[in-house]
Design a protein around this ligand. Structure first.
Ligand code: ATP
Ligand code: MG
Length: 174
């Protein structure tokens, strides 16, 4: 399959429901320091990557980290669901504020697959059932897909299904 071009000095948003494989994809295609993850930021501000009450603080930290990296001209990959328009808009604005390009890579994986993966891994989200979380993300993602190309991204790469996610390669464009 065709390699996904991303800006060598710019921002990449991974977009996908919880369990779609964003962190797995990030680890495979980018170096650990290029990836800024919402779960890591949550853990840093709450000592608990599952503590949902820490989400606003975690997002502040994520924005701050991304902003510093972009100011320094470093390729930065945001590993968060990015299924909500507000979250994307803030990150797109951050990149544009630094005159840098921003691309999106959408991991479009069926909700059922994501839920099954969560069950297999034993990961939990406090008391909220994993189906509820994934279904909410999936609804937000579906709503987002139509207008995504008009949100200021240079490119929106949509990987449609597990096979396309698996086959994807990434190339940094200078
Ligand atoms: P979250 O938003 O909750 O962080 P995520 O999108 O980062 O989720 P991952 O943690 O990468 O998702 O993957 C979820 C689970 O699915 C993990 O247990 C991972 O090992 C597994 N997984 C990821 N990609 C694949 C794949 N291609 N085939 C099978 N299992 C996979
Ligand atoms: Mg993850």
């Amino acid at each position: 399959s065709r390699p996904l071009g991303v800006p060598a000095a710019g921002l990449v948003l991974l977009v996908g429901v919880s369990g779609s494989g964003k962190s797995t994809f990030a680890a495979r295609h980018f170096t650990p320091t290029e990836v800024v993850s919402s779960d890591t930021c949550r853990a840093l501000v709450a000592d608990d990557a599952e503590d949902q009450s820490a989400t606003p603080d975690a997002f502040d930290l994520l924005q701050h980290l991304v902003g510093i990296r972009l100011r320094r001209g470093l390729l930065t990959v945001v590993d968060a669901t990015n299924v909500q328009p507000d979250a994307r808009a803030q990150l797109v604005a951050l990149a544009r504020g630094h005159d840098l390009l921003v691309d999106a890579i959408v991991l479009k994986v069926p909700a059922r697959v994501a839920v099954d993966r969560h069950r297999a891994s034993g990961r939990t989200f406090g008391r909220t059932p994993v189906e509820r979380i994934v279904e909410r993300h999936d609804r937000d993602l579906r709503r987002s897909l139509r207008g995504l190309r008009r949100e200021g991204f240079r490119r929106v790469h949509v990987l449609d299904g597990v096979e396309e996610v698996e086959a994807a390669t990434v190339v940094r464009e200078r």
